[in-house]
Design a protein around this ligand. Structure first.
Ligand code: SF4
Length: 407
């Protein structure tokens, strides 16, 4: 039953099509089963009407962006909306051969590697290479929501640790980083849990440094904590960074790893071993300073985070250093590792972009972490500058230009 304007309500059938032209295209005008249609719902309107039936074009009526609606459908397990989600670049991408598509993705990944390297190069000019690496590492540990405050802590490192005693102890670094973050709970709880013992030890170390570093301490409001998965909480990320700082030779270890000849199959495992070698009685059993003790020991860093650090920080940093040092051989080495790196698990951005660009057809062409980086670069350079309907996006034309063989 529908009512249009002030007219009396009427009852009948409602036909739903994507385009108004589907009415004739599907032969509805010759089919008497459609005689009782009182409303034709379509996606886009056309200037020339196909019939006298009232038409409702949904395109201009949405109160929620199409992408959000897709996510809602996706979250509820329905996949039928996928067809309508395909980006305008899907067709030119589908027309590319396997080799043409690989070349396109390779170039997008290379653009991303060099863009990240230029950031390191610019920052290293101001602060030195080692400091620029630490800033990148801290930023990457901020994940999506807390990159800025984490990077800020990375930037402040040279001012945090002066002649402090005990700088070989991770606990001193943890107390300073957690204190400076503004995320240290101000109230100690009563009782004798491992959490209380740890907090007491941290506060004991922090209060001695607190007044000296008060002007650098971040306000809690800078952090986005709601919706952050416990495993990604800044508490545990800062605790991990504290271990790397306390080691005192992480950069040297990374340098040795970079020049050591390694088969591609051991790239990830060998770096992961360097980044995950620390032991921490408290943080291997807690996600945050408030969380309950986990029944099982967990690693301080997950496998995907190692990939994230390799592709976004460590390899671009080595590439930048090689570029400034005019070492083509080391640049090629960084590229070889970057393009051989195994892929990480999809995140929501990657999944959505992959489906918009490739649908289900070409998903197997995403074989490594560099392909995932390529997709993120396309999202950054094109999708994020357009809308859910791809209006004004020039990527379809670009994709078309990669086609060397006529189809
Ligand atoms: S915005 Fe551009 S790159 Fe993104 S899906 Fe649409 S056409 Fe493809």
């Amino acid at each position: 039953m529908i009512q249009i304007g002030d007219n009396p309500p009427i009852t009948g059938d409602i036909e739903i099509d994507i385009q108004p032209g589907n009415w004739r295209g599907h032969g509805h005008h010759l089919n008497e089963a459609f005689d009782s249609v009182i409303l034709h719902v379509v996606w886009t309107e056309e200037s020339q009407s196909q019939h006298d039936i009232p038409m409702l074009a949904l395109e201009s009526c949405l109160d929620t962006p199409l992408e959000s609606l897709y996510r809602a459908v996706d979250a509820s397990g329905g996949k039928k909306g996928l067809l309508y989600l395909l980006g305008r670049c899907n067709e030119p991408l589908r027309n590319l051969s396997e080799d043409e598509l690989k070349e396109l993705l390779h170039q997008a990944a290379q653009v991303r590697l060099e863009a990240k390297a230029s950031r390191f190069e610019a920052r290293a000019r101001a602060t030195g290479w080692e400091q620029s690496l630490w800033e990148g590492v801290f930023e990457a540990l901020g994940y999506q929501h807390n990159t800025w405050p984490m990077r800020r802590i990375g930037e402040m490192l040279p001012h945090l640790f002066g002649d402090d005693e005990g700088l070989d102890s991770p606990l001193v670094y943890q107390a300073t980083l957690l204190g400076i973050s503004g995320l240290l709970p101000s109230q100690l709880e009563s009782g004798k849990s491992p959490r209380n013992s740890y907090l007491r030890a941290i506060w004991d170390l922090w209060w001695r440094r607190r007044s000296r570093l008060a002007h650098l301490t971040l306000p809690v409001s800078l952090w986005h904590l709601s919706g952050v998965r416990p495993a990604n909480h800044p508490h545990s990320r800062l605790a991990l960074a504290a271990h790397w700082l306390a080691t005192g030779n992480l950069v040297e270890k990374l340098e040795s790893w970079f020049v050591f000849p390694l088969p591609n199959t051991t790239l990830h495992a060998s770096l992961h071993e360097i980044l995950s070698s620390n032991r921490d009685e408290f943080w291997q059993r807690h996600h945050t300073l408030r969380s309950r003790q986990l029944p099982k020991i967990k690693p301080l860093i997950g496998a995907d985070r190692t990939t994230d650090l390799a592709t976004n920080v460590i390899l671009p940093w080595f590439w930048a250093r090689a570029s400034v040092g005019h070492s083509t051989a080391l640049q090629r080495l960084a590229e070889t590792r970057y393009f051989a790196w195994p892929k990480a698990q999809d995140n929501a951005t990657l999944r959505l972009a992959r489906e918009r660009l490739f649908g289900r057809d070409r998903i197997r062409c995403i074989s490594g972490a560099a392909d995932q980086q390529a997709i993120l670069q396309i999202v950054k350079d094109f999708c994020s500058l357009s809308n859910a309907l791809c209006e004004g996006c020039s990527f379809p034309i670009l994709a078309h230009q990669y086609q060397t063989e006529p189809k």
